[in-house]
Design a protein around this ligand. Sequence first.
Ligand SMILES: N[C@@H](CCC(=O)N[C@@H](CS)C(=O)NCC(=O)O)C(=O)O
Length: 202
Amino acid sequence: MLKIHDHPASTYARRVRIAIIEKNIPHEFVLVDMAARKHRDPDYLALNPYGRVPTLVEDGFVLYESTAILNYLEATRPQPALVPADPRLRALVDMHMKLCDLQMARQAGVIIFPRRFLPAERWDEKAMAQAKQEIEKHLAILDRQLATKEYLVADRYTLAEVCYTPFLHYLPLMEITPPPAVAAWSARVLGRPSAQATLPPN
Ligand SMILES: N[C@@H](CCC(=O)N[C@@H](CS)C(=O)NCC(=O)O)C(=O)O
């Protein structure tokens, strides 16, 4: 049985939960109680030395990094497909997955983590403002790409949208007003049953 070590508040683990629902994959979630610092336990560090969620375990095979997990699930359970078959379109999905991590997820973490989990006096307002600016710049690029289409690649929902969904969810918390095409795209992906079924606790 496929096991995912997970926490319901995790943005990165939510990507995997969404893919599991979209692909209807039998699975078992193993809760890593991060509030109790279980992600720092030697047992968990033996699985994932970075002490992060998500981590996948299947028949003794261990994999971490959410994008690697998404690609593994796609390769081992190709139907229903969350990537196009055409190699160029598939490469574009990979490009968008990477850009999501580099241009949005990293910066979003700088804002989301303190706003969700730390008292305001511990916020690094300067770093948060800079992260916000970088995200806005990235969203302006996405807006131009989405101006004439509903999804990033091949005009269909792919792993690129799976990667973005947990971070689009926090645009209001980050006090970012998305430009129009991004706003429409965001509403589209956040409205999917897989997104609705994986809403975080805060
Ligand atoms: N690049 C990793 C990021 C995973 C990540 O940072 N997970 C957070 C929860 S959203 C975590 O486990 N943080 C605990 C820590 O870094 O100590 C991925 O894509 O899976």
